[in-house]
Design a protein around this ligand. Structure first.
Ligand code: CA
Ligand code: CA
Length: 186
């Protein structure tokens, strides 16, 4: 076999052996998978309030639609906020994070269905909140349909923004985190 073909064959063998390499493998312990939720393993920031468990994704900033899908992949929901007390708890928790983690966070609130009629995507309920930044929601430029925790002047309150913006996000679940173990394929 000529050297070039040998090199191609070798490359193919290496690819087949390591093509899955360096992907985090979520090995969720099988027990109680129907009553617990898989939590992602890349340094999750987790807290609880009432019967909810929250996962704050501070390592990846993505648009609202992808944030919604990411939470679904974790068997969770993009956060809905049931009360101002819940908002205040989440805000205080975010304030306790490091400076680098004090990001803008997507919620599931949006008026994509009907302009000006804000609902939580996770449960379909209307958004009733007294925790808006002054003058918000303003549908600025006619382009803002998704609600997020907005960090302005060192204060977190709600704002509507363009859904295509990339932000951190918060997933929620009423299920408890499963036992998980971290493993690498190579
Ligand atoms: Ca809007
Ligand atoms: Ca706005």
């Amino acid at each position: 076999m000529i050297p070039s073909k040998l090199a191609t064959l070798f490359s193919l063998i290496v690819y087949l052996q390591y093509s899955h390499c360096c992907e985090i493998n979520l090995d969720v312990v099988e027990e109680n998978t129907d009553v617990c939720v898989k939590t992602p393993l890349n340094i999750p920031v987790i807290t609880t309030y009432g019967n909810k468990t929250y996962y704050l994704e501070v390592n990846n900033q993505i648009n609202w639609h992808n944030a919604y899908l990411a939470c679904k992949q974790y068997n969770m929901e993009l956060i809905n906020i049931d009360s101002d007390a819940e908002f205040d708890y989440i805000r205080e928790f975010i304030n306790s994070l490091t400076t680098a983690q004090k990001l803008n966070f997507w919620t599931s609130g949006n008026d994509l269905g009907t302009e000006g009629e804000y609902k939580w995507m996770s449960n379909g309920r209307r958004v009733f909140s007294n925790r808006w930044h002054k003058g918000q929601p303003d549908n600025y430029g006619g382009l803002e349909d998704c609600i997020h925790f907005w960090h302005v002047s060192n204060v977190y309150l709600l704002n509507d923004s363009t859904c295509a913006s990339n932000m951190a996000f918060i997933c929620q679940s009423i299920k408890k985190p499963c036992s998980v173990q971290r493993s690498w394929q190579c």
